[in-house]
Write a new protein. Structure first.
Length: 701
């Protein structure tokens, strides 16, 4: 790798002050290509580098004897000695450079791939240091770091922060830029938190923290700096929550109170009696709706706990009070299903319902829009499009948001922004661990449905390794006997290099598209193969996100009625699809899915009185996840486990909050910092004002 320009001291003439909000192109060593790469890291101006947080530090190892290095085989070893022998082998454009290094105690080999120029730099007889991990037998280094007399490795005990990297920018280069900028700019960063508070919390002031983060003297300095930056994230978050709460306090939503007899009559319309948990939640919703202060309630309940009925209950009360209701779902499939499933209930209550989706004809859409604007239509179901700019409501009183965690951060923010004077009921089947709930939803009241409706059969989960024939026989027998089977195909036959859909960052539309179309191809391939199998005798349908909504609904209806007994699907059925007769689910390529998603999919069965089975086909890499699912079906336990296995980064859109907060997982668990942030914001108007300026309410999670 060619040495980058920052390795050399910057000549005095070139040394100019870095402008905080200038161009990154003014930084040493940054040309157009690196500027573009920096942009991918979210860095547009030099100042942004200050908050490009290193994930951890590396402490330089002391030099050990070669004999000891070979014996101990530590994760990271460093040796020093003389080069005894070198060789370079070329294979077309590829090459391997090898050297043998010896000290008084022994000798060891090192290999370097595709760095032929090393041959000229590392010559026999030269004294060098090598640092890296050992592998193979006899143990050798693979592409270790090299220290020479001109470019020595860091002195033992030196700490080096490890910065994020992207294609075209090494972590080391990013680190150097950050250090450069931190030394020049950190001192001009304001510290809004009073000194005595910092002392109490035992964290350094922000300028010092930013310097120590990028150029720490030792590990302790780095850790303290991290805590100050974690506090920064907490302060930003708590400010947004406080702003949101303040706006809600000033909001005035429609008062939707119904006398006891009316409520009793409405309860009669449901085809079942509420469970005790539902009755409790229903009362909480009634109390919220009877006030002018807009409801902000998060309803958590495991899959199948009966959340839909709670959304319907809120909607009936709001419509009964003359308000309009929008019932949102993250997918058209689910929105459709809610509409079909609840239409009758609302009709019995004398409430008209409509459905707004992207796939309506222009004329039908205009009709619904006109009825919403005039107030003629009291209840509308739809995806978030039903809440977009061009949809006007005459008297919107309530928004019910099902599977709220599936909506993007921005969409949720939009909802809160536009709905200041609207009651909001958020529903989620992915329980939010307490720490996260505090972090993200500190301004929401929460309800929990901790009980399932009676008469549910047990669900047995099994991770199937090998012996697929046996399983296929079992499935055939059951389906012959009348059972209904979901066969889920997230994607098959794809290489390791392809990110799963969940990993695709927002904005990477093209990639997302590719992933989606591969899923469809995979599902189609599985469908074709199952058509050749004995399962075909009882009918097989295929659904995925790429077919017209009406076609999808028709196929789902055939599965629901039992006209076909096997439904091959992409993960489009993950949320909300409710067919109580289904007792079997196969999830292929299950290693591609996260714990929460697998739990959701499994929730498609076990909705009737019969015993159900969930069969996971997946690679060993996801063993831990599969074992968790085999062990428990408690959604809260699974959510905690998910948090442990994945860290905070993926949950709740943390990444959108800080520039790169993944390395700061622990901060979420540091409740002390959250409480400190809450207190600082309420006790110090200057702190509040500072962070309020930075908070963009439209991007509130
Ligand atoms: P989720 O909480 O996953 O959204 P649903 O609202 O889809 O669950 O409910 C799952 C199933 O349980 C539905 O078929 C629904 O009709 C049924 N259900 C809900 N509440 C009750 C109840 N109190 N008694 C019997 N069945 C119920
Ligand atoms: Mg649901």
């Amino acid at each position: 790798m060619a040495p980058d320009r920052l390795d050399r001291p910057i000549p005095r003439a070139q040394r100019q002050r870095t402008e905080p909000s200038g161009s990154v192109r003014d930084l040493p060593g940054v040309g157009p290509a690196r500027a573009a790469a920096l942009e991918r890291l979210g860095v547009r101006e030099p100042r942004d580098l200050l908050r490009l947080l290193p994930l951890r530090v590396e402490v330089a190892e002391p030099v050990v004897d070669v004999a000891d290095a070979i014996r101990v085989r530590a994760a990271l070893v460093r040796v020093a000695g003389q080069i005894e022998r070198t060789s370079l082998a070329r294979f077309g454009r590829r090459s391997i450079f090898r050297l043998r290094l010896a000290d008084a105690t022994g000798a060891i080999e090192a290999r370097f791939h595709n760095q032929p120029w090393l041959q000229r730099q590392l010559v026999v007889g030269a004294h060098v240091e090598l640092s890296g991990s050992l592998s193979g037998s006899p143990p050798g280094f693979a592409s270790p770091r090299i220290g020479t007399a001109e470019r020595p490795l860091a002195e033992a005990g030196t700490v080096t922060p490890l910065h994020p990297s992207v294609a075209g920018l090494s972590s080391e280069f990013v680190g150097k830029l950050c250090r450069h900028v931190a030394l020049e700019l950190a001192d001009s960063e304001p510290e809004p938190v009073p000194a005595e508070e910092l002392l109490r919390l035992d964290v350094p002031a922000l300028p010092r923290a930013l310097r120590d983060l990028h150029a720490p003297a030792d590990e302790r300095a780095f850790e303290s700096a991290r805590r100050r930056l974690a506090l920064e994230l907490c302060l930003e978050l708590q400010t947004r929550i406080a702003l949101r709460r303040a706006r809600v306090e000033q909001g005035a939503a429609r008062i939707c109170a119904a006398p006891a007899e009316r409520r009793a009559a409405l309860r009669e319309l449901f085809p079942f009696a509420f469970t005790a948990a539902q009755a409790r939640v229903a009362r909480e919703i009634e109390r919220d709706l009877a006030r002018a202060r807009p409801m902000r309630r998060l309803l958590q309940g495991d899959v199948g706990s009966g959340k839909t009925a709670m959304g319907a209950w809120a909607a009936l009360l709001a419509a009964g009070a003359g308000g309009q209701v929008v019932f949102l779902a993250p997918t058209e499939l689910l929105a459709e299903q809610h509409h079909l499933g609840l239409r009758e209930l609302f009709e019995r209550a004398g409430v008209r319902t409509g459905y707004l989706s992207g796939s309506l004809t222009a004329r039908a859409r205009r009709g619904v829009l006109a009825d919403l604007a005039s107030g003629a239509l009291p209840v509308v179901f739809g995806t978030h499009a039903a809440f977009s700019r061009d949809v006007r409501y005459a008297r919107l009183a309530l928004a019910v948001v099902d599977e709220q965690h599936r909506f993007g951060v921005a969409q949720r923010g939009e909802l809160f922004d536009k709905g200041v004077d609207v009651h909001v009921l958020l529903m989620s089947a992915t329980p939010i661990p307490r720490t996260l709930a505090l972090a993200w939803y500190g301004d929401l009241d929460t309800s929990v449905l901790d009980q399932k409706p009676p008469g549910r059969g047990p669900v047995t989960t099994r991770w199937v390794r090998g012996a697929r024939d046996e399983v296929e026989n079992l499935l055939r027998e059951r389906v012959q006997g009348g059972a209904r089977l979901y066969w889920v195909v997230p994607r098959i036959g794809a290489g390791e290099d392809e990110a799963s859909a969940a990993d695709v960052p927002a904005g990477a539309r093209g990639e997302r598209e590719t992933v989606a179309s591969r899923r469809v191809e995979s599902a189609e391939a599985r469908y074709a193969r199952l058509l050749e199998s004995p399962l075909a005798a009882h009918g097989i349908e295929l659904v995925h996100g790429r077919m017209p909504a009406s076609e999808r609904a028709a196929r789902l209806a055939r599965f629901r009625s039992g006209a076909v007994r096997t439904l091959v699907a992409t993960t489009v059925i993950e949320v909300g699809v409710d067919v109580p007769e289904a007792t079997l689910i196969v999830i292929e390529g299950a290693e591609r899915l996260g714990l929460a998603q697998l739990h959701q999919l499994r929730g498609r069965v076990g909705r009737g009185p019969e015993a159900s089975h969930c069969l996971l086909f997946g690679a060993d890499s996801a063993r831990r996840r599969f074992q968790t699912l085999e062990r428990t079906s408690d959604g809260f336990e699974i959510a905690e486990e998910d948090l442990r296995q994945r860290g905070m980064g993926d949950l709740g859109g943390v990444r959108q909050a800080g520039a790169n907060a993944e390395g700061f997982e622990e901060w979420g668990h540091d409740l002390a910092l959250f409480h400190a942030a809450q207190r600082l914001i309420s006790d110090h108007p200057a702190v509040r004002a500072h962070y309020a300026l930075r908070a963009r309410p439209d991007h509130v999670p």
